[in-house]
Design a protein around this ligand. Structure first.
Ligand code: SAH
Ligand code: SF4
Ligand code: F3S
Length: 445
């Protein structure tokens, strides 16, 4: 019998990427599905969706429209929709796209085989977007990983309820995996050759998992444990919340050399008025104080962030405060977008009279300043030797490899394919807009 074929497409954040990888593992091990790169020959199409901004959500429905055309030719093909749009819309997905067979949520993905089965038996589309605590991890096969880097989800959901954001509604409240489960997963990955682990969660530093003695373990201690695992050479995490960026976590940067010299700490705005309206729970100065303390233990750490530009009521003065913060921190990168109104969130009811063109102009200005700063940081790396993890062949250039520096930059250099998956020293020799060029530093002896 030939294997059944699965096509999966994932939108949105790394939480979705992680869930998608687990779905592929699950469908292969439980139901014998093989993954395809295109939907045309698929027996099952899975779309893992994102609803963080309106545009992201609309992609789901345009994708579903295209898949419908394929289904017309292949009536037995099954279509399943997961992720945050599924979670938020539930049954409404079937109203807009009645050709969908299964709707499942971020916490029910382990039930996908049973939902598909029920769909076949009953002839009716199935919807399950409940939040059954954290049971999914107990029903998923051990992760399989081929590269030297891997993601490990340590907590799910968010209990912060920022006034603009859908995540608490789509992913549920914060809930952490027990410490041992996380450590076992990391050790399994290390045994498969993984050298760099990225710990994942919507507010990963809010981690509070049950330790072996039943007492709760916080994020800083979790990092210490992961750091002890043989074979793991570098640890990253995303996304962290400034409010939970504790003194203990900062102290970990002094103690744990495996902790990458790069942190993603979304600030959203530099204006205290806007931060309050967003319900972020910190001020401009508080954020600066966290960064100053962090730099006291790791002077050369790179800091990336997220911004929402044009939040309802944002004045030019508020925006100037954001630009001042950018100047003060010297960010290395940002994910920045114009505010998108999300139905059902408190901010959706706020008056918003800033014209869209003004918001776009602000965004462009902000991005240009951060880009210039990123360039400055890159230029300062010229001539330095960086410890890098080689992750693949470079996309361009015969015999070229791609590696990632400690501060999260891609550097391309000439090297033998056998180095893929290894840590190497590379001297930085060139700076390009979004990458670096370098040469391998041969170890003596
Ligand atoms: N938990 C993380 C971020 C998760 S969402 C944090 O709080 O920092 C990822 C990013 O999407 C956010 O940092 C924010 O910048 C952006 N985002 C969320 N809701 C948005 C909205 N309604 N409009 C525009 N951007 C939004
Ligand atoms: Fe959304 Fe705020 Fe939670 Fe981040 S902390 S996921 S922005 S509600
Ligand atoms: Fe999008 Fe959900 Fe992630 S809304 S950003 S996929 S948590």
């Amino acid at each position: 019998m030939t294997a059944k074929k699965l096509y999966l497409r994932s939108f949105g954040c790394q939480m979705n990427d992680y869930d998608s990888a687990r779905i592929v593992d699950l469908m292969r091990e439980k139901c014998g599905y093989e993954r395809l790169d295109a939907p045309e020959q698929a027996d099952l199409v899975v779309i893992v969706t994102c609803s963080i901004r309106e545009k992201a959500q609309e992609k789901t429905f345009s994708d579903l429209g295209r898949i419908r055309e394929i289904k017309k030719e292949r009536p037995d093909m099954m279509i399943a929709v997961g992720g945050c749009v599924a979670s938020q819309e539930g049954k409404n997905i079937l109203r807009r796209a009645p050709w969908v067979d299964v709707v499942f949520g971020p916490q029910t993905l382990h039930r996908l085989p049973a939902l598909l089965e029920k769909r076949l038996q009953t002839g009716r589309s199935q919807v399950d977007v409940t939040f059954p605590e954290i049971e999914k991890f107990d029903h998923l096969p051990a992760p399989r990983c081929e590269g030297a880097t891997a993601f490990v989800s340590v907590m799910e959901g968010c209990s912060k309820y920022c006034s603009y954001c859908v995540v608490p509604y789509t992913r549920g409240e914060e809930i952490s995996r027990p410490l041992m489960d996380v450590l076992v997963e990391c050790a399994q990955l290390a045994a498969q050759g993984v050298k760099e682990i990225t710990l994942l969660g919507q507010n990963v530093n809010a981690y509070q998992g049950k330790g072996v003695d039943g007492k709760e373990v916080g994020f800083a201690l979790l990092l210490e444990y992961v750091s002890e695992i043989a074979g793991i050479e570098r640890i990253r995490y995303t996304t962290s919340h400034p409010k939970e960026f504790s003194d203990r976590l900062i102290a970990a940067y002094g103690k744990l050399p495996k902790l990458a010299n790069h942190v993603h700490l979304p600030v959203q705005s530099g204006s205290d008025t806007i931060l309050t309206a967003m319900k972020r729970g910190y001020t401009h100065d508080w954020y600066l104080d966290r960064i100053a303390k962090l730099r006291a233990v790791r002077p050369d750490i790179c800091i990336a962030t997220d911004f929402i530009v044009g939040f309802p009521g944002e004045t030019q003065e508020d925006f100037d405060e954001t630009m001042r913060l950018i100047e003060e921190v010297g960010f290395d990168a940002s994910f920045s977008f114009v505010y998108s109104k999300r139905p059902g969130t408190p901010a959706a009811d706020l008056p918003d009279d800033t014209p869209q063109e003004v918001k776009l102009k602000r965004l462009q200005h902000l991005q240009a300043v951060i880009e210039a700063n990123a360039n400055k940081i890159a230029n300062a790396m010229l001539g330095q030797v960086e410890r890098c993890l080689v992750f693949d062949h470079a996309r361009r250039g015969e015999g070229m490899l791609s590696a990632r520096t400690d501060n999260n930059r891609v550097v391309n250099f000439v090297g033998d394919a056998s180095l893929i998956g290894q840590m190497v020293d590379v001297r930085i020799t060139e700076v390009f807009p979004h990458s670096l060029g370098g040469e391998l530093v041969q170890k003596e002896g």
